[in-house]
Ligand binder design. Structure first.
Ligand SMILES: O=C([C@H](O)CO)[C@H](O)[C@H](O)COP(=O)(O)O
Length: 209
């Protein structure tokens, strides 16, 4: 190939890439800004008093069970880990070592849609044995919300709401992100109430990772 053509094509390539990179840079910044703003707005729309029964329920329960699917499940696993750090007896539903739920226990479920069948089944079983069920969901008319002993409404977009009205993010992303923030806020309150020093909690942190 002619030397000038090669130089020309390299030059054009770098101009094209620079433009694409600039666009990507701008998009990423805008995306982060959108995500943070949507979470901030959601935090302002949460009725914090709806969290009181969750907090008291966690303090009173013999054993706490946590259940959620997919990305909601990832957020709830993080919350379950922190409850364990507080010294509470906590299991994630579906793990091999999770025992039977019984009366006096608490099941915390989260489902943006409130229609995920495994989560509804877990709630039904828990109620049938006399355990309490606290549900976090975007939909107070859902089967899960109607079953639950107590509902925390998280007014994020439901995963099949493609209207962009509540969130510009894909599917249930806002709900799933916010679960992590909300349950970290719950943990901070529980930690303060426990009056335990961080060093005591840290002893519970896995030393096998
Ligand atoms: O992983 C999920 C999906 O990607 C939606 O954003 C959900 O967490 C999963 O499908 C469970 O759904 P919900 O029970 O409605 O939270």
């Amino acid at each position: 190939m002619d030397k000038e053509i090669i130089i020309d094509s390299i030059h054009n390539q770098s101009i094209t890439n620079a433009t694409e990179d600039q666009q990507l840079f701008w998009d990423l910044g805008t995306n982060l800004d959108t995500i943070i703003k949507e979470n901030t707005s959601l935090a302002q729309r949460i009725d914090l008093q709806q969290l009181f029964p969750l907090i008291y329920g966690i303090q009173e329960a013999k054993t706490i069970f946590v259940a959620a699917s997919g990305r909601s499940g990832f957020a709830m696993r993080s919350a379950a880990m922190r409850l364990m750090h507080l010294g509470l007896n906590v299991y994630f539903v579906g793990e091999t070592i999770t025992p039977a739920i019984t009366a006096g226990d608490l099941l915390i479920v989260s489902s943006g849609s409130g229609t995920t069948s495994s989560i509804i089944k877990a709630a039904e079983k828990s109620l049938s044995v006399g355990a309490k069920v606290v549900a976090l969901t975007t939909n107070t008319d859902s089967i899960l919300a109607k079953l639950a002993s107590h509902v925390v409404l998280v007014p994020a977009a439901e995963k099949q709401d493609h209207s962009n009205r509540i969130s510009a993010q894909y599917a249930g992303s806002l709900f799933e992100q916010f679960l992590l923030l909300l349950l970290d806020a719950v943990f901070q309150s529980l930690w303060k109430l426990s009056a335990k020093p961080a060093e005591e909690l840290w002893k519970k942190h896995t030393n096998l990772e």
